[in-house]
Write a protein that binds this ligand. Structure first.
Ligand code: ATP
Length: 680
């Protein structure tokens, strides 16, 4: 709201109207862009008098909400003189309000007949975004809903919903499945496509400094030798000799249990000659435990340690120091033999960690010898690097600029786990942003891309309260990827713990310099501004589509208890996905399925809106049941065709989140969907 006093007096009446108009447009545009639920509820005395010389439409919704809109500028200009006379005649604001209210009601009826001109739609777009239009009435008593499960859902809730609704399931299920590979059903593929569509729109189409690229999955093996993936793209792996289980060493956590008073534990195989243990000043440990990485691994390890101590004859009331869990990859060599296998609980079963290359190998062509070996790409970035100069030249981009790519990547993960979080085949949305060399440069752009990535995730509906940052290499630089100068992850509180959602790496000039060296080609960029040649440095924001998918489902999943009008409590599972991301944008229902006129109308409406959006026609069961099904699929709007529709062409549009309904005709619904889904 702006200060009226600063405007009056100093500006002419005409100028004042212009200022008011631009303020109003700014306010309304801002409200609609940020997608807040904010409505301009009360048109205060001040604002009313500031706006009174513009063409205002006011709708009074049950006497509480007063909303206003603006019409095209030329109409406004014509209307102003008439309105001045009117203002002079009608002195009090209250009387003006009543007259405008009567006018709007009459005007609304006129509008219904003159819809073809489209001006009302244009005006409606300026409105605060959540209510469809100033003249639409809210119908019926809305269900009062109380969220009873707001905390992060359990993993099994998400997995079950995904299976039940056809989002995701394991690949080759009829053959007992194959670990680390997933298939996406009708809803899953829509959700995935929407994530990619939004990313491409926001990172490529809406930026003048980024262009797109699509590269082949298999490229020359020389690419992977130059990039260092053949020699260094490996994870440390350990095997359990007894159970034959294989683990990624940095996902197995171990700890020693020490008495609180510092005395040594009983004489068991846990007593160690380890110099590390001796120098720790704890006395010999009572026992060692190991657990697999999980959100509650400390509790699991503590319970395990207490059970083991009891079995070793420790007194019931013995007190111990809190366990300090560390990953197996960094376990001292002389302790290693004492760490039990997480599969069998027995010490001495784990092999020493060894590197396991994550690239999938294949053979290209008819030859079967080593010369035919090729790799499925483990990241899409290398395709961007090898194409850097040709893209720069053909698109005439100047540094700083970016090249974006969306495509499949393959990693032979040692332990694929946590549903689609870590799979062997996944999709990456990667962007290489080329910048001039220099310490200050990369730090500035790295920060910019971190902020942009965070904003983007929030804009599509990832819950910001569950997000965080993790900077790699702060304790140990050797843990940074072989190519990285710095890397910061945006993390997310998945149901199994806070884990990497995406990463923003500063890759320096490592990759392009490597390709220049190995290919013998000059990969330097000529900078016209500084008249110099250099190999550009790179900032890489890299998103996994599946991890964004999982973060969106986790953010959107809610179980709500609803008080129904008959007083009975009801429960609904709802996926509160952002309309731009939701797999189905609108459900179209005939009120009853045995009235041919309603059915024909609904089918026609479905066909009409399916030209632009993925819509679902549903005529089975009661309207309540159809709403529940739509809520579980994350469908934000449902249009019901009833007997009134046959009379006046309006349908009931129900909002998934508020469960409120409004009546709209087809053109209004079109404008409403465009605003809600596309944002304009
Ligand atoms: P992690 O440490 O979890 O293995 P990473 O640091 O190796 O991941 P990057 O190489 O930086 O991952 O890949 C970029 C992005 O690709 C990750 O932030 C993640 O979103 C996604 N990603 C990587 N590996 C997988 C996988 N196995 N399954 C699904 N998504 C993945």
């Amino acid at each position: 709201m702006w200060a009226q006093s600063s405007i009056t007096g100093r500006l002419s009446l005409r100028e004042r109207e212009r200022v008011c108009l631009s303020h109003t447009l700014t306010t309304l545009t801002h409200t609609s862009h940020t997608h807040t639920h904010t409505h301009i509820h009360i048109l205060s005395h001040h604002i009313l008098s500031s706006l009174s010389s513009t063409w205002i439409f006011i709708a009074v919704d049950r006497g509480i909400h007063i909303e206003f809109g603006l019409i095209w500028r030329h109409l406004l200009d014509r209307a102003v003189p008439v309105y001045h006379v009117y203002r002079m005649l009608v002195k009090t604001t209250f009387c003006r309000l009543v007259i405008v209210w009567i006018f709007v009601n009459i005007f609304d009826k006129v509008c219904s007949f003159t819809m073809f001109s489209g001006y009302r739609i244009t005006a409606a777009r300026y409105f605060s975004c959540r209510q469809p239009s100033f003249a639409l009435k809210t119908e019926g008593k809305a269900g009062v809903s109380t969220v009873i499960q707001k905390q992060t859902p359990k993993m099994e809730d998400i997995v079950n919903l995904c299976k039940k609704k056809g989002f995701v399931h394991q690949s080759s299920e009829i053959y007992g499945s194959i670990t680390g590979f997933y298939d996406y059903g009708p809803l899953g593929v829509e959700l995935k496509n929407n994530i990619k569509k939004m990313w491409w729109r926001d990172m490529v189409q809406r930026r003048g400094d980024v262009v797109g690229l699509d590269c082949s999955i298999i490229s020359s093996p020389d690419v992977w030798r130059a990039s260092g993936h053949v020699s260094s793209f490996a994870d440390p792996m350990v095997d359990c000799k007894k159970s034959k289980m294989r683990y990624r060493a940095d996902t197995v956590f171990w700890a020693a249990l020490y008495r609180e008073d510092g005395t040594s534990g009983p004489d068991s195989d846990a007593s160690s000659t380890s110099e590390n243990i001796k120098s720790s000043g704890h006395g010999d440990p009572v026992c060692y435990v190991s657990v697999l990485e999980s959100a509650n691994m400390l509790e699991t390890a503590t319970a395990l340690a207490q059970k083991k101590a009891k079995a070793l004859g420790e007194p019931k009331n013995a007190r111990y120091k809190p366990l300090q869990l560390t990953d197996l990859a960094s376990a001292p060599e002389d302790v290693y033999a004492h760490i039990p296998s997480p599969a069998t609980g027995e010490a001495g079963q784990l092999t020493a960690p060894r590197d396991f290359n994550l690239m999938f190998q294949t053979k290209v062509g008819a030859l079967t010898d080593d010369s035919a070996v090729a790799y499925l790409r483990p990241e899409s970035a290398q395709g961007i690097f090898t194409n850097f100069l040709s893209v720069q030249k053909t698109s005439r981009m100047k540094i700083p600029f970016g090249i974006a790519h969306i495509g499949k990547a393959f990693r032979n993960e040692i332990t694929p786990r946590n549903f689609i979080f870590r799979s062997r085949e996944f999709e990456q949305m990667e962007l290489e942003y080329f910048i001039p060399p220099g310490e200050e440069e990369w730090k500035k752009f790295h920060q910019q891309w971190l902020e942009r990535s965070w904003e983007w995730l929030c804009s599509i509906g990832v819950d910001k309260s569950l997000m965080g940052y993790y900077e790699h290499g702060t304790e140990n630089r050797a843990k940074l990827a072989h190519y990285a100068k710095a890397c910061t992850d945006i993390t997310f509180a998945f149901p199994f713990g806070q884990q990497e959602l995406m990463g923003v790496a500063a890759r320096g000039d490592f990759d392009i310099a490597q390709h220049a060296k190995h290919s013998g080609k000059n990969c330097e960029y000529f900078d016209e501004a500084s008249n110099s040649k250099y190999i550009p440095h790179v900032i890489e924001p890299s998103f996994g589509v599946e991890r964004v998918f999982l973060a969106l489902l986790t953010s959107a999943y809610k179980v709500e208890e609803i008080d129904k009008s008959d007083g009975k409590a009801d429960k609904r599972i709802v996926l509160a996905l952002h309309p731009s991301i939701a797999p189905i944008k609108m459900g179209v229902f005939p009120l009853v399925s045995n009235n041919p006129k309603l059915v024909a109308y609904a089918q026609k409406l479905h066909t009409f809106f399916s030209q632009q959006y993925n819509c679902e026609y549903d005529a089975a069961g009661s309207i309540g049941k159809r709403y529940r099904r739509a809520d579980e699929s994350g469908t934000p709007f449902c249009a019901t065709i009833d007997y009134e529709t046959l009379k006046d062409g309006t349908v009931t549009v129900r909002n998934r989140d508020s469960m409120q309904s409004s009546r709209m005709n087809t053109q209004q619904l079109k404008a409403f969907l465009s605003l809600e889904i596309d944002g304009f």
